[in-house]
Each structure stands twice: as structure tokens, then as C-alpha cells.
Write a protein that binds this ligand. Structure first.
Ligand SMILES: CC(C)(COP(=O)(O)OP(=O)(O)OC[C@H]1O[C@@H](n2cnc3c(N)ncnc32)[C@H](O)[C@@H]1OP(=O)(O)O)[C@@H](O)C(=O)NCCC(=O)NCCS
Length: 337
């Protein structure tokens, strides 16, 4: 059977590190508050002039190198981001130009923190159908230039970091489904009733104004993320645990069978709660939020790359992924690495 295998993983974070103590200098917050409530100790922020596609280029080249491929081997780019280079066109087009591979398909997806899982499923389906053989899936974000650095926005501003993660998916004829490395499958969900619990209202066509951006919009801070943190927290724990349970059951595997869990990195307490509900041993969950904060669509591939470098992710391991984010969107996937 024709299936997708991850044959390359890469990542990139900007050089500039911003610790919680650095944040104390310009924001009414404290290291103690951030660390206790989220587990975050630091995050990386892009330099002025560094765009989402710039970060993605570095992560993509890293992933291509680890796969032993060059960009000209690719058939398609799937780009997950909520912080695009521009309002339109999609950031995949800008990345494609930077990779120098004009002509191949590019697809931007707007599934926020679940973007990597949606992208994985889309790539998997293109490969299963035999349409494409080599797909670059990249999650990349530059949050730093879009955060409210006043007390009004401090609940959100302390959470997000900039970064990028990428994988290369390749078509593979799976002969031994019990042992071969491939994407086994997964499930995806959304509930638009939660759309305004975590969102950036402007610019947008639904604001009921003659211009997408005007002074009132800017003064009201509608171009900054708005979040109902408590509601999002509860929904994230519930839906990630539910989805992961369904995904494992559907594939006839138990928590004991899974070697490593990579969860979206929004809050260490969310991930600890999911692990506790499902009786997942702490050492099986690979968290990176302490170092990178929430890099949205990049958290899972960035985590996989960190785990590879640390020798915590090895060929043949059974790996489960789960995410929850704005939309609401959520899901889970299972793969043998
Ligand atoms: C954001 C989050 C950490 C806030 O934690 P919380 O325990 O819910 O905190 P609250 O919002 O109740 O705020 C508690 C107090 O801290 C204050 N506060 C908020 N942000 C703060 C900050 N950065 N520094 C210091 N104080 C802060 C609040 O103003 C509030 O003060 P008050 O009690 O005087 O009114 C938490 O709700 C969360 O992580 N939610 C999920 C967010 C998430 O996952 N988002 C991405 C999903 S993909």
C-alpha cells in the first residue's frame, strides 16, 4: 500500500532570546507569574526584517538536508501559519520563490495551532492518492511583531514565540505495516462556536467598516490577538485528551504501545493535564515550551527536531501527535517514525 513517510525534519528559531526577566522590563508581568501558570521560561523573537517565510526557508532547507534532497525534488509545499508574510497571497508562494522552485503546487492552511496536523493529513492524502511523491510541510510563525506589549495584552504576549519547523513527506510502498515507518493516520476536528475565544479580529471583511484598517481599529487594538484564556485552557485539555484517545483506539494501540508523544505547546499545565488524564508517563511527553513558548503551527515539528537532536526520537518509534488551537481546531495523528 502507498503511504507517506517522514524522511526529513528541520527547524529554525531566530537568534534573539527573550527571557521572562527581559519581558519584565517592558511589560507588567513577572517571571514567577509566567513560569507558574505556563511553564515558559524564554522564547525567541525574530529580528526586524525577518519574515515568516524567512524562518520557514531555514527550517525547510534543514529538513531537505536531513532527507538528503534538494528543493527541486519537491512536488508540493504545504504552509501552515497564522502570521503570514502578507494578507495575500499565501506565504507558501513566498517560500517557493525563496527555495527557487517555481511551478510546484503551494497550499497555505489557516488552522492555527492545529495547522501541522491538518497539513500532515492533507500531505498524507495527496501521497496515498498517488498525486505527489515528495511534499514539504512547514509550520512557521513570527508572532513578535503582532503582540500587544501593553498591560491590555499581557495574557497573550507572554505566551507566544517565533520559530519554524518542517518535515519532508515521501511516498513509500509499505510492505510490513507492523514495522515500516509511515503515517498511520489521524483525526481532525473544528468547532466554529469557539472562533472568537482566541482570534485576531482585524484586518477583516466582517468588521462592518468601510476600510479594513482605520485609526479606531488600531486604537481598539483589534489587530492584536484576543483570548479568553480560561475557556481555551479547558477546551484544550478536554479535546486533546478526547482526540488522542479516539486516534489510538482507532488504530488498536494503547498508551503503553506509544514511544513518544508530541503535543502542541501552548501551556505546560495543559500538557500535564492531558498526560495525567490518559495516564501517560511524563518521560514519554516531549515538551519544548520552556525554551520556545507557543510557536503555534511550528510547535510539533520543532519539538520533533529537538527530540531527534537529543536522541529522544529514533527510527521505528511509534509516535502520537495531538494539538488544539484557535478556531477551535483540534486533532491527533499516529505515525511510525
Ligand atoms: C493565559 C493563562 C496562562 C492565564 O492564566 P489564568 O490562571 O487563567 O490567569 P487569569 O487570566 O485568571 O489571570 C489572573 C490574573 O493575572 C493577571 N495577568 C494576566 N496576564 C498576566 C501576565 N502576563 N503577567 C502578570 N499578570 C497577568 C490577570 O490580569 C489576572 O489579574 P486579576 O486576578 O487581578 O484580575 C491561561 O488562561 C492559559 O494558558 N490559557 C490557555 C491559553 C492557550 O493555551 N492559548 C493558546 C491555545 S492554542
Amino acid at each position: 500500500m502507498l503511504r507517506a513517510e517522514i524522511i526529513g525534519v528541520g527547524s529554525y528559531v531566530p537568534e534573539r532570546v527573550l527571557t521572562n526577566f527581559d519581558m519584565e522590563k517592558f511589560l507588567d508581568t513577572s517571571d514567577e507569574w509566567i513560569r507558574k501558570r505556563t511553564g515558559i521560561e524564554q522564547r525567541h523573537w525574530a529580528a526586524v526584517g525577518q519574515s515568516t517565510s524567512d524562518l520557514a526557508l531555514q527550517a525547510s532547507q534543514d529538513a531537505l538536508k536531513s532527507a538528503g534532497l534538494s528543493a527541486t525534488d519537491l512536488d508540493m509545499i504545504i504552509f501552515a501559519t497564522l502570521t503570514p508574510d502578507h494578507f495575500f497571497p499565501g506565504t507558501g508562494c513566498f517560500l517557493q520563490e525563496k527555495l527557487g522552485v517555481a511551478g510546484i503546487a503551494t497550499l497555505d492552511i489557516r488552522q492555527q495551532c492545529t495547522g501541522f496536523l491538518y497539513g500532515l493529513s492533507i500531505a498524507d492524502h495527496f501521497i496515498r492518492c498517488g498525486t505527489y511523491k515528495k511534499i514539504l510541510l512547514v509550520g512557521s510563525e513570527v508572532h513578535s511583531s503582532g503582540l500587544d506589549r501593553t498591560t491590555r495584552g499581557r495574557d497573550v504576549t507572554v505566551l507566544f514565540g517565533d520559530g519554524s519547523g518542517a518535515v519532508i513527506l515521501s511516498a513509500k510502498e509499505v510492505r510490513n505495516p507492523e514495522k515500516d515507518s509511515f503515517v498511520l493516520g489521524g483525526e481532525l476536528h473544528a468547532d466554529g462556536r469557539g472562533a472568537k475565544e482566541l482570534w485576531v479580529p482585524a484586518p477583516g471583511s466582517a468588521l462592518g467598516r468601510a476600510d479594513r484598517v482605520d485609526h479606531e481599529v488600531l486604537e481598539a487594538g483589534l489587530h492584536y490577538p484576543q483570548m479568553n484564556g480560561k475557556k481555551v485552557f479547558i477546551a484544550a485539555v478536554t479535546k486533546m485528551a478526547e482526540s488522542l484517545t479516539n486516534c489510538l483506539e482507532e488504530h488498536g494501540v494503547t498508551v503503553q504501545d506509544v514511544d513518544r508523544f508530541f503535543f502542541h505547546q501552548a501551556n505546560l499545565r495543559i500538557n500535564d493535564a492531558v498526560a495525567e488524564q490518559l495516564s501517560i508517563p511524563r518521560e514519554k511527553v516531549f515538551n519544548t515550551i520552556q525554551k520556545f513558548g507557543n510557536t503555534t503551527a511550528a510547535t510539533i515539528p520543532l519539538g520533533m527536531h529537538e527530540a531527534l537532536k537529543a536522541g529522544e526520537l529514533k527510527k521505528g518509534m511509534l509516535v502520537a501527535l495531538a494539538a488544539f488551537g484557535s478556531g477551535y481546531t483540534w486533532g491527533a495523528s499516529l505515525l511510525r517514525y
